[in-house]
Design a protein around this ligand. Sequence first.
Ligand SMILES: Nc1ncnc2c1ncn2[C@@H]1O[C@H](COP(=O)(O)OP(=O)(O)OP(=O)(O)O)[C@@H](O)[C@H]1O
Length: 378
Amino acid sequence: MAGFRALGLAPWLAEQARHVGLARPTPVQAACIPAALQGRDCLGCAKTGSGKTAAFVLPVLQALSEDPYGIFCLVLTPTRELAYQIAEQFRVLGKPLGLKDCVVVGGLGEPFFWEAASEVRTVEELDQRYLLVPEAVKDAYLVHLVQTFQDEHEDWSIIIFTKTCKDCQVLNMMLRKYNFPSVALHSMMKQRQRFAALAKFKSSIFKILIATDVAARGLDIPAVQVVINHNTPGLPKIYIHRVGRTARAGRKGMAITLVTQYDIHLVHAIEEEIKLKLQEFSVEEKFVLDILTQVNVTRRECEIELEGMDFDEKKEINKRKQMILEGKDPDLEAKRKAELAKIKKKNRQCREKVQQVLQKRKASFLPPPEMRPDLSSW
Ligand SMILES: Nc1ncnc2c1ncn2[C@@H]1O[C@H](COP(=O)(O)OP(=O)(O)OP(=O)(O)O)[C@@H](O)[C@H]1O
């Protein structure tokens, strides 16, 4: 507590920080909080999971408590999930203030920019490995890895990053077929499903999260012990953010990147950026070969199922992007469309019913055909 007090935080705020488990300031907090309290412009750059959020939340709360008036602070985040996570931090740390917050989200969930890189991680905290896999059997290695971690460390949580929404969906279906407790998170899902999936993973009801880069930045889930990159990230910065979802706040973690023969240059770019050579992660090929055919068949089955579900990713994403450009909310538009279709269906049913009643009446007014007068000669 003295640590936060010494940075200039008021006793109530230092006590609240201690109360929620922030005992001593991390380096980025120690560096930024005094400057922010003085009202200076501040740019903080530190390792993933090193407490950058509290570094700005705490001074903002202190300044707000000194002059609690109007709309005080606007925080911009690259994803909706991150917006909610940061709002939660404000809420928890600002509880003694009776802080009011409002989360405003919209648009696509995929991050649009990656400029703000975090500092890289040291080998002591984060064990970073690569696993060389032949291209055609990316998936069998993944199933084997997940099985191994589940067998040896039942309580570990794992995040698997994939390149596309479709990959994410297929892999989730596959792992579910193998009875792994997995959930998916990608921008093709409705926001409600995204929050539900994240909540299940955060509460450790489901131990495996399969996600696109929508989950790569900022998400803070302390139980995550392993990050598996199902594809090698094309940009080193994306790699740094992805693997930063583990080994948070001084904990240890492991990151394994699956690398095909075509991705070696990407690994070199990553190594150059993080100034570290990735170590090879070895697996017993025999076990992978044992499940290879079955995994390939399961993948194909899942892909066929997905075709049936009309998971036309690109078309759908482009449609959503277009709507955003037109200033519309895609989720709201989908809801409106569904409501309109419902009204149209109801109208059609009504019209059909009226037609039936009229037909019936007409039929009951007319005498049967044999009793009608023969008008053909008229
Ligand atoms: N002083 C502290 N002492 C102990 N734990 C802390 C402290 N400050 C923050 N934490 C915890 O560290 C974890 C990571 O913090 P945070 O999410 O702010 O990291 P970050 O640097 O923003 O990471 P990223 O770059 O991935 O967004 C959180 O669980 C947070 O509660």
